[in-house]
Unconditional design. Structure first.
Length: 438
């Protein structure tokens, strides 16, 4: 399989190059030259398969012979050591819980796979790859715990001092080993500026191979298609041939794009509801075909606060820029903060289920979509992207009850914080990076 850039002016590359580079030289995002296909017969053969077997069947088509199959199988076993439960709220609404990984958010699915691929490709060339990321939350912790202990890789992450929650800070600063946390006396924009400068600093590139691990990397996207395929198989085992709807809480639209890959691969999915908060640039595009991104607005579903989503370019490419074709597969629905809190309350009252704010946005969007009379009788799957314990403040504003903190989160809370404090002066970052062993 080869990979093209969405900007169409870079030469096609292998999965190895696409993974290690992240962004194409022409500034575009990598997309597969063709989307691998599963025939109905192949899909029937996956009946009863485990999550990891389904993941392997998909990964093998995207990666081809570039990784020996037994090693690819081992990597997947190491990635997904946790469950992906499909919880039934009622006979036609399900919640797919994507928060059972080490950092309690769905970004573990992409980051853990990307980390292992990066480690494998770096080892082939006998290189040490330094992943440099600026983070204000979930991505950084998924990257820290995803790359932890992966040979031939190390991570340097920058976070703004005092601007992440205490829980997030613990997740960012406790991985240890090959993961270095830098607490920057500045804001998130300072962190991003410093990282950008490091990527173009010739004195560093002589010494280090730097790469980023943000959500534009194709090797973070491919593994996110696994749990769509898994949910369709689970429903098929329950109901026979059905075509579920998926409601996806969206920020950079990577999660949604991975769902589109799953549908185009042939997994039975009837429609997507792209749920957003007040950051509705793509929602409005889906409605009228005009893309007019707004500055980012802060909401209660913070992980979806993105004014100009990075994966929109990939989404457009996958539909040949055809707005009507995209609209046949995806409906965009925006949900306001007030409704998000009301939904957390009503889901708890009706089902005894505590949804995190991002999950609540998607739940509400599915309800609104159905109330317009669409897709009656089709099962709906709401993707739950985070554990409610990650957003205790929002939950306590919505409900009169405490959320139970899962054991794996308590463990992280008890670990020792390890971070080096630097100012927002780029030279301090350069000094730190130059001081790392090679
Ligand atoms: C990152 C994130 C999202 C948004 O996912 P995208 O792939 O960027 O659309 C939604 N919910 C949570 C909890 C997240 O961490």
């Amino acid at each position: 399989m080869i990979y093209f850039s969405t900007n169409k002016s870079s030469i096609p590359v292998s999965i190895k190059k696409a993974t290690l580079e992240g962004l194409a030289p022409d500034g575009g995002l990598y997309v597969p030259s063709e989307i691998p296909h599963f025939s109905p017969g192949e899909i029937a053969l996956l009946e009863g398969a485990s999550f990891n077997n389904i993941a392997f069947a998909i990964a093998k088509k995207f990666i081809g012979a570039e990784i020996p199959l037994d090693l690819l199988g081992d990597m997947i076993e190491n990635c997904y050591t946790f469950e992906t439960p499909l919880v039934e709220l009622n006979s036609d609404t399900f919640i797919e819980e994507l928060f059972c990984g080490p950092t309690l958010a769905f970004k573990d699915y992409g980051a853990r796979f990307l980390a292992r691929l990066t480690g494998y490709f770096a080892a082939e060339d006998n290189r040490l790859i330094t992943v440099l990321v600026a983070t204000s939350g979930d991505t950084g912790s998924a990257v820290a715990y995803g790359f932890q202990g992966i040979a031939n890789t190390r991570v340097v992450l920058l976070y703004p001092s005092g601007k992440v929650s205490p829980l997030q800070e613990q997740q960012l600063t406790t991985a240890g080993g090959n993961v270095h946390a830098l607490e920057v006396k500045g804001d998130f924009d300072d962190c991003q500026r410093m990282v950008k400068q490091a990527f173009v600093d010739p004195s560093l590139s002589k010494k280090l191979t730097l790469t980023s691990a943000n959500s534009i990397n194709i090797s973070r996207l491919i593994p996110q298609s696994f749990y769509y395929a898994w949910a369709t198989q689970q429903l098929r085992e329950r109901f026979g041939n059905v075509e579920p709807l998926f409601a996806v809480p969206s920020g950079n639209y990577g999660n949604l794009t991975a769902g589109i890959l799953a549908k185009k691969m042939g997994f039975p999915i009837s429609h997507f509801i792209a749920a957003s908060n007040a950051n509705d640039s793509v929602t409005r595009y889906l409605y009228d075909g005009r893309y007019d991104p707004h500055p980012t607005i802060t909401t209660r579903s913070t992980a979806m606060d993105v004014g100009n989503p990075s994966n929109f370019a990939r989404l457009r490419y996958l539909y040949n820029n055809d707005h009507a074709a995209m609209g046949r597969d995806i409906t965009g629905i925006a949900v306001a903060d007030k409704e998000t809190l009301e939904t957390i309350r009503s889901v708890y009252e009706r089902f005894g289920y505590t949804a995190d704010p991002h999950t609540a946005v998607a739940f509400r969007a599915l309800e609104l979509y159905r109330s317009s009379g669409e897709s009656a009788g089709k099962p709906g799957v709401v993707l739950s992207t985070a554990h409610p314990a990650k957003f205790l403040e929002v939950i306590s504003d919505a409900l009169d009850r405490e959320v139970e903190i899962p054991e794996r989160l308590k463990e992280v809370l008890n670990k020792k914080k390890m971070a080096v404090t630097i100012s927002s002066d780029y030279n301090e970052l350069a000094m730190f990076l130059n001081g790392l062993d090679c």
